[in-house]
Design a protein around this ligand. Structure first.
Ligand code: DP6
Length: 344
């Protein structure tokens, strides 16, 4: 009398960053954003959800350790999914009776990469939780708005390939949804290289960090109103045309502007470290050498670099990185992972 379902969800890495909320509870952003969902086994969340009449309460384990189920964001996701189950029921869908609404769930979630090190672990985690629950309870609907209520960036991991998150205008968030721009097969030569600079937990989490930025940074306001709308359009065009040099340049500029808003936050937030800054310098020197943008970096709320490039340039660039960052640099371990968007 126990039913369970296991699913996996991949990480997504934004090229136009989400930073700042207009509604903290519903998780509604102050600007639209765009990301690439990685489709590979290295960076993913795996979640198993079990359901039984014998379970007395909802429970959750993250990476093997039981966590508090009463966190507001987890509760929002569970509540919204159960709302969809109820809706199906009222539509007299016989399938909905298979599982009683009063049944409790046990959730087991694992990441195969460092949690909270700025590698979008919450995005994959919540996307996976919402998707697995939806399979177990056979509900359909706008699942990205539910994942969004777990963690903003999670709504983009509900789709593969190139995904935009429309900021939406409504106060109830119904139009703040993720949408696929192009599938993963659209740009077969695109590669993602993850340079793990540090697997430590970041000092300021993105939720708290963006809240302080909204309260104190005028640059963030300018970015959301005057920069991102045009940049979203340009980025979508570059992706559609597979124009790497525009894609790469916009990606780097957007990462730099995001980190500039962190510096403009008061007190300032520093996510990049010396190794991150040396990676930035190296990428620009490499591109200058070839007089074209062949590689592009982006950094989220942590020092780890994500490099976008094209297949013909991967091996040379990896050699260059290895040359400038030999294994024992400052005792910091730097490891690499080359990821394709799509497994042929
Ligand atoms: C820098 O989605 O982790 O990675 O909505 O508060 O959970 P919450 O924040 P989160 O923020 C991600 C910020 C970012 C940029 C991005 O992924 O767009």
């Amino acid at each position: 009398d126990i039913i369970f379902v296991t699913c996996t969800a991949p990480v997504n890495i934004a090229v136009v960053k989400y930073w700042g909320k207009r509604d903290e509870d519903l998780i509604l952003p102050i600007n639209s954003s765009l990301s690439v969902t990685l489709h590979q086994d290295q960076l993913k969340s795996t979640t198993t959800v079990a359901c039984s009449a014998r379970f007395k309460e909802d429970r959750i384990w993250l990476n093997g350790k039981e966590e508090n189920i009463n966190q507001p964001r987890l509760q929002s996701c569970l509540r919204e999914i159960r709302r969809l189950v109820r809706k199906r029921r009222s539509n007299r869908d016989p399938g909905a009776d298979v599982l009683s609404l009063s049944h409790k769930v046990h959730i087991c979630s694992e990441n195969n990469f460092p949690t909270a090190a700025g590698l979008a672990s919450s995005a994959a985690g919540y996307a996976c939780l919402v998707y697995t629950l939806s399979r177990l309870l056979s509900v359909e609907g706008e699942l990205s708005t539910i994942a969004r209520q777990g963690s903003g960036s999670a709504c983009r991991s509900m789709y593969g390939g190139f995904v935009q998150w429309h900021m939406g205008m409504r106060a109830d968030g119904k139009d703040s949804v993720a949408e696929q721009v192009e599938p993963e097969s659209h740009w077969p030569e695109l590669r993602v290289l993850v340079l793990v600079v540090s697997a430590e937990r970041k000092p300021v989490g993105s939720t708290a960090g963006m809240q302080t930025s909204v309260d104190t940074s005028s640059l963030l306001k300018h970015r959301a109103e005057a920069v991102v709308p045009g940049r979203m359009d340009e980025m979508i065009q570059a992706i559609r045309k597979r124009d790497f040099s525009t894609f790469g340049e916009l990606t780097m500029k957007d990462s730099n502007q995001f980190h500039a808003t962190c510096l403009d936050t008061y007190p300032p937030i520093f996510y990049l470290n010396d190794v991150s800054r040396r990676v930035i310098g190296l990428v620009h020197r490499y591109n200058r050498h070839y007089r074209e943008t062949r590689v592009a970096y982006t950094f989220d709320a942590g020092p780890n670099a994500v490099i976008y490039t094209l297949q013909p340039y991967v091996s040379e660039f990896v050699q260059v990185v290895k040359h400038f960052f030999p294994p024992e640099t400052n005792g910091e371990e730097l490891f690499y992972q080359v990821i394709k968007l799509c497994c042929e």
